[in-house]
Write a protein that binds this ligand. Structure first.
Ligand SMILES: [Zn+2]
Ligand SMILES: [Zn+2]
Length: 323
């Protein structure tokens, strides 16, 4: 499924098999998770270095062919995440922050991704997956899970955690946070009763209106929904020293707010991309929780419907495409 230009529907297309260069693997895609970032790319809110492009960066696949020097033998199962390539030499790469690499290439944005039957990936960025997860269940771990986990780590030891937007990422991170002994509060649209019920089912102790007051003061909040007005709402919900993490790649404008809402050493920050260390850490943790992903499957040709479902928030958990 190809994005030819932003704001146009993805189109099915027959393309020749990509060929792996040295250090790359050719893979057969078994499942590809649908991320809100894919929707931002499709809508032109996030733009990469090339078009047309095949979106998709939560790829569960089997290696068919390995280029010279590529780790991962044919037959092995790998996960291919958002971070597709880095230069390894810039000041960020050299200081353990490859997520901020100045020349990073992202899967499904700068490199063809997993809305396809086959793909190539730089083998150094393809990850072994925990065996306890089937292909469908593993797909959402690869971005919703591991970038969500990076955001969770940025909240430190916050005991009372608010999750704003209860989609693919929040449904995973709420399970991890509960496992870590945190108390979790889910914030959704006021009338989104289905998401609120789902959040309670997964161990949140409260679920309710994101624009209203929290049931009690929070120590941290993670904002997954791409909605700028949630930023001042979350800052008002956290107490002194509280942290608000914006976990998405794109958000509508943030309205102005009084300095008093930030005062008291409240911290507002974003989280960008992932490092391979984040991935290893989360893929090691997920089976121990154990995380149970809830997936709704779509055929590859139904990518537009899957993206619409993410747009409307009409799914419980994650959407996954099956070639
Ligand atoms: Zn770099
Ligand atoms: Zn993503």
């Amino acid at each position: 499924m190809v994005l030819d230009e932003p704001d146009r529907p993805l189109a099915p297309r027959d393309l020749p098999d990509p060929e792996p260069s040295a250090g790359e693997v050719l893979v057969e895609v078994h499942a590809c998770g649908v991320c809100r970032t894919d929707l931002h790319i499709r809508d032109g809110e996030v733009r990469g270095s090339r078009l047309p492009v095949v979106p998709g960066h939560q790829i569960v696949a089997t290696v068919l062919e390995a280029g010279d020097g590529a780790e991962h033998a044919p037959g092995s199962r790998v996960g291919i995440p958002w971070l597709g390539w880095t230069d390894g030499t810039c000041r960020f790469c050299r200081s353990g922050r490859e997520n901020l690499c100045e020349h990073a290439q992202f899967t499904g944005l700068d490199r063809d991704g997993g809305y396809a039957t086959r793909a190539v990936a730089d083998a150094r960025f393809a990850l072994p997956l925990p065996s306890g997860f089937g292909d469908l269940e593993a797909a959402p771990l690869l971005c919703a899970g591991l970038i969500g986990h990076r955001a969770l780590r940025m909240t430190g030891d916050a005991k009372r955690l608010g999750l704003y937007g209860f989609g693919s990422s929040a449904h995973i991170i709420c399970q991890v946070a509960r496992y870590q002994g945190r108390r979790v509060f889910a914030f959704t649209r006021a009338d989104d009763i289905a998401s609120q019920a789902f959040a309670l089912e997964l161990g949140c102790e409260w679920a309710g209106d994101a624009m209203g007051p929290p049931p009690e003061e929070l120590d941290a909040a993670i904002i997954f929904a791409p909605v700028g007005p949630l930023v001042p709402a979350a800052l008002r919900a956290v107490g002194r020293g509280g942290v608000v993490v914006c976990a998405g790649i794109h958000m509508s404008d943030i309205p102005s707010f009084p300095y008093a809402d930030l005062w008291g050493e409240r911290v507002l920050r974003s989280v960008a991309n992932l490092t391979r260390d984040d991935a290893r850490e989360f893929l090691d943790l997920a089976p121990r929780v154990p995380v149970r992903t809830h997936v709704t499957t779509f055929a590859l040709e139904e990518a537009e419907q899957a993206l619409d479902a993410v747009r409307n928030g009409s799914l419980e958990g994650s959407a996954v495409l099956i070639p």
